[in-house]
Structures are given as C-alpha cells and as structure tokens.
Design a protein around this ligand. Structure first.
Ligand code: ZN
Length: 180
C-alpha cells in the first residue's frame, strides 16, 4: 500500500441534480471516471478514502452557515455517496475508509493524517468536488504536510468553471502537484 485515493465530497447534495449545494452537470459527468480510478486503486491494493462533509442542523457556530445553504446534514440522504460511486463504495467498503470532515479540507480536524501515517503513505491522489473549494483546501494541507500530490483533472469539477481552471493551475504551479 503506497498510495491513497481521496474521493472528496462526491455526495448527493454536491452532485445530484436536486442536491442542496450541487455543482451540477460537471460533477455528474465525473461518475464513471471516479469509479474507474477507485477500481484501479483497489486492484493495486492501495487505500481509498471517501472524505465527506458532515454538518448539523442549526449549527450557528460553523463558518459555512453564513456562506452556504444547509448541505450534507447528519443522517440525511444528501450525505450519501452519489450514483455509481456509491455502488463502488458499497462493493468495496471492507477495504475503504469513510471519513467525516466538517471543513473544506479532508485533513482539518480529522484522523486522515494518522490513517496515512500508519500505512506509511506519502502519496495522495485527489478526485471529487469542488475543484476550487474542498479539493483545493485538501491539496493545500497535503502540500503543507509534505505529501506528493496528484490531481486527476478529468475527475474533479466545480460549479465555477473559472475557479476550476484557476485551481488546476494552482495545484501545478504553487503546490507542485502532478495534474494528470
Ligand atoms: Zn460544507
């Protein structure tokens, strides 16, 4: 086990047409590509982590409360993985990790760092949504902790096309990531 695939926020609320904070068609279009990357990582014995937002109804202290409508609320269907990615998770759940996060970054306040350290993994691959929010903040934290970073350009998306393009440039030019 040398690499970890971080599948970021590929949930109903962020991807489905009627999701609470959906990035829409660009997100839905990633479904097949993300599944094939998950299968490749599982087949090679690498780690797959599904990192998903969790928020709580009426949480006035959370900084996102004043920025976004409620999304990925605890114990709601909006927090389920979307489409075929959900199926891929269910098929492989014994060898995958489902990780709750409460901030944009999958590293912020979670046990992700310790899970990777236990496995001596310093190589992280990023897919999911949104390129310029949760994928970006996860990549910045990975950079600050010295991980080698690969971003799969055809498996990340955003509701903001300009933000998506900017983030892909930032991954490469400022975080030293492989953008493939
Ligand atoms: Zn959120």
């Amino acid at each position: 086990m040398k690499r970890a695939l971080l599948v970021i926020d590929y949930t109903v609320d962020f991807v489905a047409p009627d999701g609470k904070l959906t990035c829409g068609e660009p997100g839905q279009a990633l479904e097949g590509k993300i599944v094939s990357i998950i299968e490749e990582f599982i087949a090679s014995g690498d780690l797959v982590v599904f990192a998903n937002d969790v928020h709580y109804e009426g949480d006035t202290l959370h900084p996102e409360t004043k920025l976004f409508p409620p999304h990925n609320l605890y114990r709601t269907a909006g927090r389920d993985l979307y489409g075929k990615v959900k199926t891929a998770y269910e098929k492989n759940k014994d060898v995958c990790i489902f990780l709750d996060k409460t901030r944009y970054s999958a590293f912020a306040g979670t046990k992700l760092g310790i899970l990777l350290a236990e496995r001596r993994i310093m190589d992280v691959h990023l897919v999911g949504v949104c390129t310029d929010i949760c994928v970006l903040h996860t990549a910045v934290d990975a950079y600050n902790s010295g991980y080698s970073i690969t971003v799969h350009a055809d498996a990340v998306a955003s509701f903001n096309a300009q933000g998506h393009d900017w983030a892909l440039g930032h991954f490469k030019g400022s975080l030293g990531a492989n953008v493939i």
